[in-house]
Design a protein around this ligand. Structure first.
Ligand code: ZN
Length: 204
């Protein structure tokens, strides 16, 4: 019987080159590990994160995000944050003077196991998700820690993914003028997402 797979866009060519280069450089700087981004990027489809976030991350890799000048053209909304910075995915997922993420980040930290690596302290919010297996291998963290980390990885992916997806959707509400809430008011929503039982999560 033939197995049908959902076709995935290629991750090669000039369009993806900036992402692949930035990802490898970021991981090398953060962890000291040299990794081939082309091999790790397809893992995005296997992460235990909200389905829509997988698609958003893929768009980030392939430079097709519905944000910035390429999407909004000359319109200011969707291009600039209220703090004056360019509105990028990285900016949305990083605190700025008009969007303090500290309380929400603390909610996430409180729910993650107190084990290395301290995910929310990553300099880039999502790139390391693709390389958790390497970062948490027995060779790097020891056999015992690797075993514990392997078990908790799906839950940590879900927690970080829920946090990132919540911030993205909230910021899009702000851009489109539809029910935006200051980040500190999202703590209960994040708690609810983290409490969602695995069989009720939309991950595939
Ligand atoms: Zn800002």
């Amino acid at each position: 019987m033939q197995i049908l797979r959902k076709p995935q866009p290629p991750l090669s060519g000039a369009k993806c080159a900036p992402f692949l280069e930035a990802w490898s450089a970021c991981l090398l700087e953060m962890t000291g590990i040299a990794l081939d981004a082309g091999l790790h990027a397809p893992r995005v489809w296997k992460l235990n994160i909200p389905t829509c976030l997988r698609e958003l991350l893929w768009k980030d890799m392939t430079r097709l995000l519905p944000i910035g000048a390429t999407w909004f053209g000359p319109l200011e909304r969707g291009r600039t944050c209220s703090c004056g910075s360019e509105l990028t995915l990285l900016h949305i997922w990083t605190s700025c003077e008009t969007h303090d993420l500290t309380p929400l980040l603390q909610t996430l930290r409180d729910r993650l196991p107190a084990l290395p690596p301290a995910a929310p302290a990553w300099t880039h919010p999502w790139y390391p998700l693709l390389a958790l297996r390497e970062m948490e291998s027995a060779r790097r963290v020891g056999k015992k820690a690797a075993k514990v980390l392997r078990r908790s990885r799906p839950e940590r992916e879900w927690a970080i993914g829920s946090y990132l997806w919540l911030l993205w959707t909230n910021r899009m509400k702000e851009v489109h003028g539809e029910g935006y809430a200051p980040p500190w008011r999202l703590c209960a929503t994040l708690e609810a997402a983290l409490d969602t039982p695995p069989d009720l999560r939309q991950v595939c």
